[in-house]
Design a protein around this ligand. Structure first.
Ligand code: ADP
Ligand code: MG
Length: 375
């Protein structure tokens, strides 16, 4: 028996750092994906090869222990993590031989890890005759990344890889995990992902620090507001005006960014739903400014991409995307403007002696697809 599963990477259109504040995000799947071809085997073990990494890996499904968190993460750990999560959820997987290939850039913040997890999970579930809802599959992969790999990420990446719909973004409420498909009117436009190719060296430590700052604000707010509060998502714009100055710096600025960004996500979804791409483009700019000045997670390269791209006629908006400190930005542009944007950004980076950026043009792609044994 043979199964083939393909799961895409994703880009977040707006709603950055809102996920761990139980707020809103708006990801879309991209035209770059991980494909896993799986063949069943008798033994309860998995052998895998990836066209993007050297060597072949084999592990048993019988005794998958949690990994030792101090060891370096290897690509096979993502596969083990997924298998471990199936076991934790009470499912029994069949052994398999996996061939992995991918067009998702690795480590650029386009979520190659979630695409890999979701494609592997779907292929193994398909081979094993398990009938899972896609949402459950996404949660299982999320658990693998958080508890097995040890990366504290929100559910957005796995939800986007498993559940995206072509031509649509996904408005996801990170508290209730309810989601809604928002049509993306990209007839004359497209998204251009620009990878700054700056290693996200600060990303982990600063990401954790932002999380702690948000938690610290949530601890102090009930005293100021005289009401309980679970996360910054619960802070209203009106209350913000009152408490912002009373919180110690930078907690006031961090809180303002989160409150405003959540509002922007809802506005962007409404704008896209009614075909107002220009309005979404404007919100992209405001989101970037907030990330740069209030949340302080941008980088000189990301700022340059946004500034230089926005100056090109036919560009509707641009913003950094992902956790920041390197990684990617997205530019919303009319198709005719793409070559000029590429040229301008290439020149701007060369001028500063930065490495040439990489470009990934995309529309909103489909989520997971499965052929062979399906569910
Ligand atoms: P991102 O998800 O932003 O691309 P991560 O650091 O979260 O970056 O995940 C990248 C890791 O995922 C890689 O180092 C590798 O271990 C694994 N990975 C991604 N794509 C593949 C692939 N095609 N084959 C094997 N492993 C992959
Ligand atoms: Mg990842």
């Amino acid at each position: 028996m043979k199964v083939r599963a393909t799961a895409p990477g994703r880009v977040n259109l707006i709603g950055e750092h809102t996920d761990y504040n139980e707020g809103f995000v708006l990801p879309a799947a991209i035209d770059y994906a991980v494909t896993v071809e799986a063949v069943a085997r008798k033994e309860r073990s998995v052998t895998a090869r990836s066209a993007n990494f050297p060597g072949s890996e084999t592990f048993s499904l019988e005794s998958l222990e949690r990994r030792d968190g101090s060891e370096k993460i290897r690509w096979v750990d993502y596969l083990k993590g997924v298998c471990w999560a199936f076991g934790e959820a009470g499912y029994r997987l069949r052994g398999a031989q996996l061939a992995i290939s991918s067009s998702v850039p690795v480590g650029s913040g386009l979520s190659s890890s979630a695409a890999l997890e979701v494609a592997v999970a779907a292929a193994l579930a398909g081979l094993s005759g398990l009938k899972l809802e896609r949402r459950e599959l996404a949660m299982l992969c999320w658990r693998a990344e958080n508890e097995y790999i040890g990366v504290r990420c929100g559910v957005m990446d796995q939800f986007a890889a498993a559940l995206s719909r072509a031509g649509h973004a996904m408005l996801l409420d990170c508290r209730s995990l309810e989601y809604e498909y928002i049509p993306l009117p990209l007839e004359r436009c497209r998204l251009l992902i620009v990878d700054s190719r700056v290693p996200r060296a600060l990303a982990v430590s600063e990401y954790n620090r932002r999380r702690e700052e948000c938690e610290a604000a949530v601890e102090q707010l009930p005293g100021l507001l005289e009401r309980p509060l679970r996360s910054l998502r619960d802070l209203s714009a009106k209350e913000l005006v009152w408490v912002e100055g009373q919180l110690p710096d930078p907690l006031g600025r961090r809180s303002r960014y989160i409150v405003e960004e959540n509002e922007r996500v809802k506005r962007a979804a409404a704008a896209l739903r009614s075909g107002r791409l220009e309005e979404y483009g404007r919100l992209m700019g405001l989101s970037h400014t907030g990330l740069r000045d209030l949340y302080e997670v941008s980088s000189p390269e990301l700022d340059e991409i946004v500034e230089a791209a926005t100056a090109v006629p036919g560009v509707l908006g641009a913003r950094m995307t992902g956790a920041g400190f390197g990684g990617c930005a997205i530019v919303l542009l009319e198709r005719e403007a793409e070559s000029q944007v590429r040229q301008r950004l290439g020149e701007a980076f060369a001028c500063r002696r930065w490495r040439e950026p990489s470009f990934y043009p995309t529309f909103a792609a489909a989520g997971l697809t499965l052929s062979g044994g399906g569910f």
